[in-house]
Design a protein around this ligand. Structure first.
Ligand SMILES: O=C(O)C1=C[C@@H](OP(=O)(O)O)[C@@H](O)[C@H](O)C1
Ligand SMILES: C=C(OP(=O)(O)O)C(=O)O
Length: 448
């Protein structure tokens, strides 16, 4: 977001990428670790928490509502929860920064407590639609006064006891699903969410892990998730796996920069998150899994990725939910592929931190890449492996993933690319540029 001053960044073409990168903790799991620990009775410990601004916004909000949250010198976060139903009225507005996940999930939590909270955010977040959570949470009894168009700032007065609902998701959104399930956690009876298209399932896994009474079954109309409210959550010891959405930048970087060969360590491979790996493999990427293991109940592996000649594909629409945040960097991969890649069915990209279809089209075109924009996606004509022109200044539009995607594109461009503001990278991947510098230094060392 946000409170960091704008930070211009210019990146140029680099030699082969070689070495090991360890990706930071998963953002989705980090948010949920803090929220659920803050509702458990007793002390939870979280190792590997993503210390990005989005997650820190969640931590601050949970503190403001009564949880004790501390980061030890050992890097382990210790959280003393207030118990389900125990959130207290925050004294000031909850500042959500750039984070859609914090906002929508916390709205769910507040909805079934007898407290009132005001949610504010940066210019990007204030432009994003909240109607998708306002509607079901209002049906559960919350009173919500939002800005024009169902946006932030908004004020939410929760109801306790709230009313359990059965709700079929009109958009494939893990945030909407999670908001309702979290509201259901403190609602008497059974709250049901029907998900016609499966989205990331971290909330379901973690709620069950904390001891909530939750069931998931497949019905004719989709996944049926039911939660029985007023449960007591048991404190947990959580190890957060690395974020596949952060790993995606390295998978594309090593695929497109000639002679690269890197190991991306500690990547969470929950099947609801791995669409980008499947799409890159369809394009001919050379990605292999090593040291497969289970961390915190999630499949994890190290990914070895070597440069490859990429081919254009029609991105299968069934992959959309499992790679929703990875489209910007997949578009970069497409810019270097042989042929015209077409990605459709991704209308949701228009309501992320920026309109990611328009933002990526504008940025890639400035760098000399031929694009065609559709309402629900983009077609990109690739270079067949040659560098793109580059030599442009692109607007990151308060969107971390646009900044990082164009940084990756710059690594195989004829002329440097300037990101007008790279500060938003700190929302999800504070160490991104340090890792890039280290990789380049490792490469220089190996070459010497
Ligand atoms: O639940 C989550 O943690 C997330 C869900 C996705 O959003 P939507 O639910 O809006 O698709 C994703 O884009 C976001 O980065 C994180
Ligand atoms: C969409 C994203 O996050 P959020 O919705 O939490 O802002 C993202 O990280 O790409």
């Amino acid at each position: 977001m946000s409170h960091l001053p704008p930070q211009t960044k210019t990146l140029g073409p680099c030699g082969p990428l070689r070495g090991t990168i360890t990706v930071p903790g998963d953002k989705s799991i980090s948010h949920r670790s803090l929220m659920l620990s803050a509702l458990a009775v007793g002390e939870s410990r979280v190792e590997g928490l993503l210390e990005g601004e989005d997650v820190l916004a969640t931590a601050a909000a949970m503190r403001a509502m009564g949880a004790e949250i501390q980061r030890g010198a050992d890097g382990i976060w210790r959280i003393h929860g207030v118990g389900v139903g125990g959130l207290r009225q925050p004294d000031t507005a909850l500042e959500m920064g750039n984070s859609g996940t914090s906002t929508r999930l916390l709205m769910g939590l507040v909805a079934s407590h007898a407290i009132t909270a005001t949610f504010t955010g940066d210019a990007s977040l204030s432009g994003r639609p909240m109607g998708r959570v306002i509607e079901p949470l209002s049906a559960m009894g919350a009173a919500i006064t939002a800005s024009l168009g169902g946006r932030l700032p908004l004020m939410l007065r929760g109801l306790c006891p709230a009313v359990p609902i059965t709700y079929t998701l009109p958009v494939a959104s893990a945030q909407v699903k999670s908001a309702i399930l979290l509201a259901g956690l403190n609602t008497p009876g059974i709250t049901t969410v029907i998900e016609p298209v499966a989205t990331r399932d971290h909330s379901e896994r973690m709620l069950a892990g904390f001891g909530a009474d939750l069931s998931v079954e497949q019905g004719p109309e989709g996944r049926i998730i039911q939660i029985r409210g007023e449960a007591e959550l048991r404190p947990q010891q959580i190890v957060v796996p690395g974020d596949p959405s952060s790993a995606a930048f390295w998978l594309v970087a090593a695929s497109v920069v000639p002679d690269s060969d890197i190991l991306v360590a500690n990547v969470g491979l929950n099947p609801t998150r791995t669409g980008v790996i499947a799409a890159l493999r369809l394009m001919g990427a050379d990605i292999t899994e090593e040291n497969a293991r289970v961390v915190g109940g999630e499949p994890v592996a190290d990914l070895r990725v070597r440069h490859a000649t990429l081919r254009a594909i029609e991105v299968p629409t069934e992959l959309t939910p499992s790679m929703i945040d990875e489209y910007p960097v997949l578009f970069v991969a497409a810019a270097f592929a042989e042929g015209r890649t077409v990605a459709r069915g991704a209308h949701e990209l228009r309501v992320k931190e920026s309109d990611r279809i328009a933002a990526m089209r504008a940025a890639l075109e400035l760098c000399g890449v031929v694009c065609e924009e559709f309402e629900d996606g983009l077609a990109i004509t690739g270079t067949g492996g040659a560098p793109i022109a580059g030599g442009a200044t692109i607007a990151s539009l308060l969107d971390h993933r646009i900044a990082m995607s164009l940084s990756v594109a710059a690594l195989h461009a004829r002329r440097p690319i300037t990101i007008d503001d790279a500060a938003p990278v700190a929302t999800s991947y504070p160490g991104f540029y340090a890792s890039l510098d280290r990789l380049a230094a490792d490469t220089a060392e190996q070459a010497a």
